[in-house]
Design a protein. Sequence first.
Length: 75
Amino acid sequence: MLFWSYAGLAFIFVCSLSIPLYLQHVSVGDMTTGQAISENYVQWHLEKEIKQIKAETRKRKGKKKRNSLSTEEEL
């Protein structure tokens, strides 16, 4: 009886591990885990650079607006 209890627990454990791995494989396709991780890193890095560029653009626009207001006040 004890054998079947351990066998059942082992089966549940293996199934619980295999389901997330299978779902990851299905969502990624033929890519390996390493390729998926590197692709996610590249995407994260590009998104970070885009956010940086947008922030710099906002700062420049803000400076232009401030400068234009200050020049109007000086005139």
